[in-house]
Design a binder for this molecule. Structure first.
Ligand code: UDP
Ligand code: MG
Length: 337
C-alpha cells in the first residue's frame, strides 16, 4: 500500500509566491500519485502564519478555483487534496510548521515540510518517499552548498553551527526544515510540549532510523526572505537555550576564574602594603576591578535571567498557536462526482 503523504507548507506574507508554488506543488503531488509513489488521498497543507498581506485570500482563491473536471482523475486532475490552515496571528516559522504537522499527524502515514518559496528542490520529494519506503522514519534534506546565499547569510549560518557545536548542541549541518517524518517520528516530536520550539534540535535528538537526501537550493525568485537578522538571532539563541546549559556553566566557570584572580589581586595588594613604600593606591586600582566585576556579575545575572525567563514561559503551558480557520479544496470532490 502506498503511504498517505501530507506536505506541510508554512507561509508568511507569501501572496506573490503562492500562485506559482501552488501550481508546482499540486502538479508534483499529482505526478507522484500517478506514478504510484503515494496514496491518492495524499494532501498539501498550507499554513498561513498570521500573514499581514493577502496570503489567506490568495490561498482561498487557489483552493476554491477548481480546474474543469476531467474524466480520468488521476491522469488529468491538477488539484490533489489541498487544505489551508489560518493561524490567528504570526507565531513564527517553527510554530506554523508544528500546526501543520499536528494537523497531519492523525491523517497521514508520513509528512514532509517544505518552504513556500520553492527554494528547496521539490523534485527531490520522490527520493524522500523512496527512502521512507525503504524503512527510514526521518529523512533530512541537506543542501549541497550555500552558493545561492548572500555572503552575510553564508557566514552567519557558519557561525551558527560553530556556536551550537561549542555549546554542545549537535545539529545536522546544512539541514533546514525540508524533512520527512514518519507517523512514528511525528508522534515522538509532538510529545515535546515546550513553547519555545526548536524543531531541528528535537529531530536530531529523538532517534529512529534516519537518512538524508541532498538537494540544491534555488534562489528566492519572488518576494524577500522572511528571516531578517533579528529573527535569525532569536532563532539561534532559542536553539542554544533550549538544548544547552553551557552558558550557565560558563557563568560558573567565569565566576570561579575571577574569584581566583581576585585572590591573587588581594595577595598582591598585601605584598605592596607589607614590603614596598607604594601602599597608597590610586583610584584606578579600586575603580577598575570594581567596574570589571560589576560587569561580570551583571552579565552572569543576565544569562541566568534568560533561563529563568524560559522556565517562566514554559511553566505557563500556553498554547503554541490557535487555528482561526480551516479551508479544504472541494475540487477533489467535484472531480470525483
Ligand atoms: N515563515 C513563516 N513564519 C515566519 C517566517 C517565515 O511561516 O514568521 C515561512 C516562510 O513563508 C517560508 C519559510 O518560513 O515558507 C522560510 O522562510 P524564508 O524563505 O523567508 O527564509 P530563508 O529561506 O530566507 O531562510
Ligand atoms: Mg527561503
Amino acid at each position: 500500500m502506498n503511504p498517505i503523504l501530507y506536505l506541510i507548507v508554512p507561509c508568511y506574507n507569501e501572496e506573490l509566491v503562492l500562485p506559482k508554488t501552488y501550481q508546482v506543488l499540486c502538479a508534483k503531488i499529482q505526478s507522484m500519485i500517478a506514478h504510484n509513489l503515494i496514496a491518492p488521498t495524499s494532501a498539501i497543507v498550507f499554513v498561513d502564519d498570521g500573514s499581514k498581506d493577502q496570503t489567506w485570500k490568495v490561498l482561498n482563491t487557489l483552493l476554491h478555483n477548481c480546474p474543469p473536471p476531467e474524466t480520468d482523475f488521476v491522469a488529468h486532475c491538477h488539484s490533489p487534496r489541498t487544505i489551508a490552515l489560518k493561524l490567528s496571528t504570526n507565531k513564527g516559522h517553527q510554530n506554523a510548521l508544528l500546526a501543520g504537522l499536528e494537523y497531519a499527524s492523525t491523517r497521514c502515514d508520513c509528512a514532509i515540510s517544505i518552504d513556500c518559496d520553492l527554494q528547496q528542490d521539490e523534485q527531490k520529494l520522490d527520493e524522500f518517499i523512496q527512502k521512507y519506503k525503504n524503512g527510514a522514519d526521518i529523512v533530512m534534506g541537506i543542501r549541497n552548498d550555500r552558493n545561492t546565499d548572500t555572503i552575510f547569510k553564508k557566514y552567519t549560518a557558519l557561525g551558527f553551527y560553530k556556536l551550537m557545536n561549542l555549546m554542545g548542541v549537535k545539529l545536522t549541518k546544512n539541514h533546514a526544515d525540508y524533512r520527512l517524518l514518519s507517523q512514528k517520528a511525528l508522534n515522538a516530536l509532538l510529545n515535546h510540549k515546550e513553547s519555545n520550539l526548536f524543531l531541528r534540535g528535537i529531530v536530531d535528538n529523538i532517534g529512529f532510523s534516519k537518512t538524508y537526501v541532498f538537494f540544491d537550493v534555488k534562489p528566492r525568485n519572488i518576494g524577500e526572505s522572511k528571516y531578517p537578522l533579528r529573527k535569525m538571532l532569536s532563532f539561534a539563541w532559542n536553539g542554544i537555550t533550549s538544548f544547552s546549559i553551557m552558558p550557565l556553566r560558563l557563568v560558573s566557570i567565569l565566576g570561579f576564574v575571577f574569584f581566583i584572580l581576585s585572590l591573587g589581586l588581594g595577595a598582591y595588594a598585601l605584598y605592596v602594603k607589607l614590603f614596598t613604600d607604594n601602599a597608597l593606591w590610586g583610584w584606578a586600582s579600586t575603580i577598575i576591578p570594581f567596574s570589571f566585576f560589576s560587569g561580570v556579575q551583571l552579565l552572569s545575572l543576565g544569562i541566568i535571567g534568560e533561563y529563568i525567563g524560559k522556565i517562566y514561559t514554559e511553566s505557563k503551558h500556553r498554547p503554541r498557536y490557535f487555528i482561526e480557520d480551516i479551508q479544504e479544496s472541494n475540487c477533489v470532490d467535484s472531480h470525483n462526482a
